[in-house]
Design a protein around this ligand. Structure first.
Ligand code: CAO
Length: 259
């Protein structure tokens, strides 16, 4: 008798958690397109992360006026065959410095929920928009790379992702992810954490904005950043400190170029 009651309760709960099937053809013509494997994997991973990880997103803006000036100067001085520096390579380098200073952000929660796996390596997942859908290959050991090497590695990895040339190992071992919609626009978004990582940094489009600077209102180039984090592991204050550190790094671009 007890077993039957439990069974019914579970059945009820299953129903309430599922979006009901719908006959869309009742209202007009409908085409049914099967989802390819990548789309199905994206769906499964996103749902798992969204349903199991308590997400919070912290938004901020960084003044990258100086960063873009030094970057363009450096790129103009680089010959045609040389590697140009992308803005994203500065962001990735700043993140690695941040992960070293805030080790919890470079961790994963044990499945028991009772301990953290703190990783002493820095592998940055980079979301790439491809014809097949979103792919997140991983830049390995980024702490051992110069800014120019990060730019080269990111470009090559994105090219391989777009050309369907990635192997399974290319998407493994990430410790933190960066997702940039900068080229496409937007003032901010709430990225879904690439679990079991515990944080992801979203980059939106930099825009000239009037802001108070040295006692005057001036136009500065502001970059919106959005950090989604797993609140089981990272508290809001730590996320704000991590973001503040990233902001300081990006506002000292010469330092990022020198290291
Ligand atoms: N603000 C304004 N313009 C930006 C910008 C930003 N934050 N970031 C890039 N741009 C512009 C610049 O004009 C830049 O050219 P310069 O370097 O010469 O100034 C150009 O876009 C470069 O864009 P890119 O896309 O070729 O290269 P990238 O290094 O910025 O990004 C990659 C590489 C792979 C991250 C990107 O191509 C991509 O695929 N992004 C989509 C990721 C995605 O889908 N995320 C969503 C995940 S959640 O669904």
């Amino acid at each position: 008798m007890k077993g039957t009651t439990m069974g019914n309760a579970n059945k009820k709960s299953d129903k309430s958690e599922t979006v009901p099937a719908y006959d869309y053809a009742l209202f007009g013509e409908v085409e049914n397109r099967p989802l390819d494997t990548i789309r199905q994997i994206i769906g499964t991973r996103m749902t798992a992360s969204w349903q199991t990880v308590p997400h919070v997103t912290h938004h901020d803006e960084v003044d990258i006026t100086e960063l873009e000036t030094v970057r363009h100067q450096k790129n103009a001085a680089t010959d045609a065959d040389g590697q140009k520096l992308s803005a994203l390579s500065f962001v990735i380098k700043a993140c690695v410095s941040g992960l070293k200073k805030f080790p919890d952000v470079n961790s994963s929660l044990d499945v028991s929920g009772k301990s953290l796996h703190l990783k002493h390596y820095y592998n940055i997942g980079m979301a790439v928009d491809t014809a097949a859908g979103l792919i997140v290959p991983v830049l390995k050991n980024v702490d051992q790379l110069t800014l120019t090497e990060i730019a080269t590695a990111a470009e090559q990895l994105a090219d391989r992702a777009r050309n369907g040339k990635l192997g399974y190992a290319d998407a493994e071992g990430g410790t933190f992810t960066v997702t940039s919609l900068g080229k496409l626009g937007g003032t901010g978004f709430t990225p879904i954490i690439n679990a079991p990582e515990v944080a992801i940094l979203g980059v939106s489009r930099a825009k000239q904005k009037p802001i108070a600077y040295d006692g005057a209102i001036v136009l500065r180039l502001m970059l919106p950043l959005s950090l989604s984090y797993d609140h089981r592991v990272i508290d809001g204050a730590k996320a704000a400190r991590f973001m503040g550190f990233i902001r300081e790094q990006l506002q000292s671009p010469e330092q990022l170029m020198a290291d």
